[in-house]
Design a protein around this ligand. Structure first.
Ligand code: F6P
Length: 328
């Protein structure tokens, strides 16, 4: 039997990701279209605890589809990990008769939703929104595609100067424990090598790859280092390589938070719209503790438990093999 849901709140939490606004717009408008009173929670779980909850109508989400960041703001909230914090959050939802919650974020957000939903029985649907692409059950998370486009635009520029000066560049990209941004950026930018957190790449292997390039007249090279790599960040790796291989003048660039901003790509706008629409429809059907994600070209649900436990299986090993072949 369908539940009689009247009030739904939406929040964004953890690192912002391009496409979150397109998604908020879809959540709010799909809810309103179905006769639901919609609310926005400001600053993620922090706003739930401090009662920063506002009503939203169709016009509250006008002209935001093209904006990066999140109009609802976001935060990484330690207090929500405590029993007291969760209790306060629940009381604030109860006071407004909010019986459904849509959370948009990454693994930290989903972990919060998992505990909160189980403890209070509130209906929760998660939408994968993180540039890291590290949730199982969605081939793509919101913001990942835009982040890769941002990275390759930057690397294209670095390649111009690297080649003009015959230099070796180490470029560090985000992704915490996930090498997804690094790997796809490596393919799309034609990088010579990529170092990922999920995969052991020995310095010996990297150096011999660079040596082969130098001996076959490569005048410059680009190595992408994922921030979570075991040998440290790009500065550490560059230093270690330079001690044993100094054929090129070596430079380091950390791309940092510029990867999180910017207008979302068409892919992320459409993904955000589809997932926001699906999240409300799932709540209205009676689903809870599910994530809506993209598999193939279909929107599918995965339990939040599963989305959190299986994310390490995501690395596309065929792409990794390709970086070696295509960079000779
Ligand atoms: O989870 C997204 C992400 O951008 C990671 O890639 C990165 O490690 C982290 O957030 C940085 O977090 P903050 O913006 O809080 O420094």
């Amino acid at each position: 039997m369908k539940p009689n849901i009247k009030n739904i709140a939406v929040l964004t939490s953890g690192g912002d990701a391009p496409g979150m606004n397109a998604c908020i717009r879809a959540v709010v408008r799909t809810g309103i279209y179905n006769g639901i009173n919609m609310f926005g929670v400001l600053q993620g779980y922090q706003g739930l605890i401090s009662n920063n909850i506002i009503p939203m109508d169709a016009r509250s989400v006008s002209n935001i589809i093209h904006l990066g960041g999140t109009i609802l703001k976001t935060a990484r909230c330690l207090e929500f990990k405590t029993e007291e914090g969760m209790e306060l959050a629940f009381q604030n939802l109860k006071a407004r008769d909010i019986d459904g919650l849509v959370v948009i974020g990454g693994d930290g957000t989903f972990t919060g939703a998992q505990r909160f939903g189980k403890k209070f029985g509130i209906r929760v649907i998660g939408i994968p929104g993180t540039i890291d692409n590290d949730l199982y059950g969605s081939d793509f998370t919101l913001g990942y595609d835009t982040a890769i486009n941002t990275v390759i635009e930057a690397i294209d520029k670095i390649r111009d100067t690297a080649d003009s000066h015959d230099r070796l560049f180490f470029i560090e990209v985000m992704g915490r424990d996930s090498g997804c941004i690094a790997l796809r950026s490596a393919i799309a930018s034609g990088a010579e090598a990529v170092l990922l957190p999920e995969k052991e790449t020995s310095l010996d292997e990297l150096i011999s790859q660079l040596e082969v390039g130098a001996s076959t007249k490569k005048s410059s090279s680009i190595v992408i280092v994922s921030e979570g790599h075991k040998d440290g960040g790009a500065y550490d790796v560059a230093k270690k390589v330079k001690e044993r291989f100094n054929h090129y003048d070596t430079k380091v660039t950390i791309l940092g938070h510029l990867q999180r901003g910017g207008s979302p790509s068409s892919f992320d706008r459409i993904l955000g719209s589809r997932l926001g629409f699906a999240a409300i429809n799932e709540l209205l059907k009676g689903s809870t503790m599910q994530m809506v994600g993209l598999r193939g070209n279909d929107v599918k649900t995965t339990s939040i438990d599963e989305a959190l436990t299986r994310h390490t299986f995501k690395l596309e090993s065929d792409l990794l093999e390709m970086t070696k072949v295509l960079s000779i």
